[in-house]
Design a protein around this ligand. Structure first.
Ligand code: NAP
Length: 286
């Protein structure tokens, strides 16, 4: 079997076109969805990420503000900026780019963001909403994975999903989203003794580890769907995922490539969440 690729760039284009159309419709009602991206310090990777996020907003017609601060900014000053953005009616989504400098308590900053504007979905209220099935914002990367499954018409009910990785931003929310769609979910992590024993039973595997070749062909049941969240560099410095793409493509039915898979979906879902936040703000006015 040669797996079909789930093309994250193509799916992103479709979803971003829909965001742009919905944004134009909101503008006609006098509301422009707005995202504020806050960057503290000069981490080169973070600079690329925030630039891409702001550009994606602009391309879709959203209002976006990039606030850049020196690495020496105090925690109190950052908390004050977050509070100002919480109260800014032009801003519907607030994203504080992580990691923050060591002297700032990142969790404290995330908890300072109003849950109504928590478009990254990292606030404890957003995590609680996902866990209890209440409305809230879903973290963008696992949300993008769900959209990828939806795009191939995959029905999760009764299927066995194995998530490798249990971080708060990918693995755990991913597992909860799969559970919400009635999959039977197994979460594996660094203390899982026999990863292959679990993955071989899976209809769907999501790899979110950050290590190359965590998932190889011998660990995958024929016909399984494989989503690769990992972002690593190979010996040549090229971007690659957690999955042995060539090998696993011979066994799986669907697979996401790296690059061009889950990566672009993450920014897309940030736009989707910001638009949703603006819609909620509008309906709250009426
Ligand atoms: P993380 O916080 O480092 O979590 C990694 C998880 O993998 C941990 O739960 C860890 O287990 C588990 N793990 C480590 N080694 C393992 C092994 N040998 N077998 C099974 N599990 C193992 O990373 P993250 O933030 O979730 O990100 C994961 C990857 O996704 C990274 O490569 C990151 O760059 C990428 N990522 C991509 C996007 C995107 O937009 N495409 C977005 C976010 C993250 P323990 O909990 O036991 O330590």
């Amino acid at each position: 079997m040669t797996a079909q690729r789930i093309d994250g760039n193509a799916l992103s284009q479709q979803l971003r076109a829909q965001v742009a159309a919905d944004t134009a419709a909101l503008k006609a009602q006098g509301l422009i969805p707005g995202l504020a991206v806050v960057l503290v310090g000069d981490n080169p990777a973070s600079q690329v990420y925030v630039r891409n996020k702001v550009k994606a907003c602009q391309d879709a017609g959203l209002h976006s503000v990039l606030e850049k601060y020196e690495a020496t900014m105090s925690e109190a000053d950052l908390l004050a900026r977050v509070e100002a953005l919480n109260n800014d009616p032009q801003i519907h989504g607030i994203l504080v780019q992580l990691p923050l400098p060591a002297h700032i308590d990142a969790q404290k900053v995330i908890e300072a963001i109003s849950p109504a504007k928590d478009v990254d979905g990292f606030h404890i209220a957003s995590a609680g909403a996902l866990m209890t099935g209440m409305p809230g914002f879903w973290p963008c990367t696992p949300y993008g994975c769900m959209k990828m499954l939806e795009s191939i018409g995959y029905k999760l009910r009764g299927k066995h999903a194995v998530v490798i990785g249990r971080s708060n931003i990918v693995g755990k929310p991913m597992a909860l989203m799969l559970l919400q769609e009635n999959a039977t979910v197994t979460i594996c992590h660094s203390a899982t003794p026999d990863l292959k024993a679990h993955t071989l039973q899976a209809d769907v595997i999501v790899a979110a580890v950050g290590k190359r070749n965590v998932l190889t062909a011998d660990m995958v049941k024929p016909g399984a769907v494989v989503l690769d969240v990992g972002m690593n560099r190979n010996e040549e410095g090229k971007l690659c995922g957690d999955v042995d793409f060539e090998g696993v493509s011979q066994v799986a039915s669907y697979i996401t490539p790296v690059p061009g898979g889950v990566g672009p979906m993450t920014i897309t879902m940030l736009l989707v969440n910001t638009l949703e936040s603006a819609k909620r703000a509008l309906s709250a006015q009426h």
